[in-house]
Structures are given as structure tokens and as C-alpha cells.
Design a protein. Structure first.
Length: 217
């Protein structure tokens, strides 16, 4: 009986094995076409300024209106200033945590297209809490040391200066301190006035300017 049972089981196993489909590994692998990167077209080649600027919205907000305190709003910056700052990042002349790594991915012409786009956008400063006493002092300091280049209330700068009105307080604070300790180099005129303010008004004057600019619209 035992011999017959074993023979039956062996026959069943043989029939089952014969009915199984061939292994997947035995099928020929599909041929994947190779992409020659040296001839592949650039994805953003010929893109207009608005399309290129879309890559900036993640940090600087829609149309360059920042929603985060660590990042400046770039809507309304002059084309000349925007281009100068971007090229300074590219050369490594201006300190950055991210921008220096991003700029090599854009050509100078693409930077100019983005500059034209952002200069046409209207700034919409966020509401921020400020100390009115510091705002009052900051206004006096602005008129004495900053208005010549950055314009009335920091909102109408010269073509080679940045817009200060309505920027986030943390961003303003960090940026001014970067100039104070020499992380970023100011052009000669700004450096002279900034040094004079520090000598005569003290480091506390920075917080007064921060509150003043944050209050402006």
C-alpha cells in the first residue's frame, strides 16, 4: 500500500509541474531606448519670464510676494537690481544658503527675463506687529542714512538699490546684521553711511530700522 501511495503522489506532482507556465525570468527583457543627453533639448529653453519665475514661487511666494519671514519679497524690484544681485550670487560675491546653488542652472538671459517679470509685479506687504517707539526712531534714521538710495519710506529705491518697505522683520534683521559683521559687502556709499550710523547711533539702531520698514506699505 505504501509503495502504491508514493507512486500516485509522484505522478500527481509530475502532472502539476508540467501544467505550470514558464518562469517569468525566461521571457526576453524589453529593449529600453537610450536617451543621448548631449542632443536632448533643454526643458526650459525659450521659456518666457513668467514661466521661469514660477520656479521661484516656492520660496518667494506667488508672483514674488513672500509668505515666509526668512525670505524676501522680490515683487517690484527693479530689473537692474534683480540682475545685479543674481549675478553676485552666481559669482559667490554675495552670501547665500540656497541661491548660489540655484543660479548656475539659469543663463544670464533667463535671469534678465525673470527680472523683467518680477519688476512688473505689484508688492503687497504683509501685516506685522511693530513697536511704535522703534518705528518713530527708525523713520528718523531712514531719512538721515538710507533715504537717498532707498527712497521715501524705503519703497521707492534707486535702480541699483533694493526695496525695504514691507519686508519681513526677521529677513531685514538678518540681512542688516550680515552687513554689520561683513558677511555681505556693501557698495562704497552704503558702507560709509552704515558705518557712520553704527558709530553714532549704536547697534540698537538696526532694530529701529527693522520695525520702521516692516510698518511701511
Amino acid at each position: 500500500m505504501t509503495f502504491r501511495l508514493c507512486a500516485v503522489i509522484a505522478a500527481l506532482l509530475l502532472l502539476t509541474a508540467c501544467s505550470l507556465p514558464p518562469k517569468e525570468a525566461q521571457k526576453p527583457l524589453p529593449v529600453v531606448p537610450q536617451v543621448h543627453t548631449e542632443t536632448a533639448p533643454e526643458l526650459m529653453d525659450g521659456a518666457d519670464g513668467e514661466t521661469l519665475a514660477g520656479g521661484c514661487f516656492g520660496c518667494h511666494g506667488f508672483e514674488g510676494r513672500s509668505l515666509g519671514p526668512a525670505t524676501p519679497s522680490i515683487a517690484g524690484l527693479s530689473e537692474n537690481y534683480f540682475t545685479e544681485v543674481m549675478e553676485a550670487y552666481r559669482r559667490g560675491d554675495r552670501f547665500s544658503t540656497v541661491m548660489g546653488r540655484i543660479l548656475p542652472g539659469y543663463t544670464p538671459d533667463e535671469v534678465r527675463r525673470m527680472a523683467a517679470y518680477f519688476s512688473s509685479r505689484e508688492p503687497r506687504p504683509p501685516k506685522q506687529k511693530t513697536d511704535w517707539r522703534l518705528v518713530d526712531r527708525g523713520e528718523k534714521l531712514h531719512r538721515r542714512y538710507c533715504e537717498k538710495c532707498h527712497g521715501e519710506a524705503g519703497s521707492d529705491p534707486q535702480d541699483d538699490a533694493g526695496r525695504l518697505a514691507g519686508q519681513w522683520k526677521p529677513y531685514l534683521r538678518w540681512t542688516l546684521k550680515d552687513y554689520l559683521v561683513g558677511v555681505n559687502r556693501a557698495e562704497r556709499g552704503m558702507s560709509r553711511r552704515f558705518t557712520s550710523m553704527m558709530r553714532k547711533q549704536g547697534v540698537e539702531s538696526l532694530e529701529a530700522l527693522v520695525n520702521y520698514y516692516a510698518r511701511q506699505r
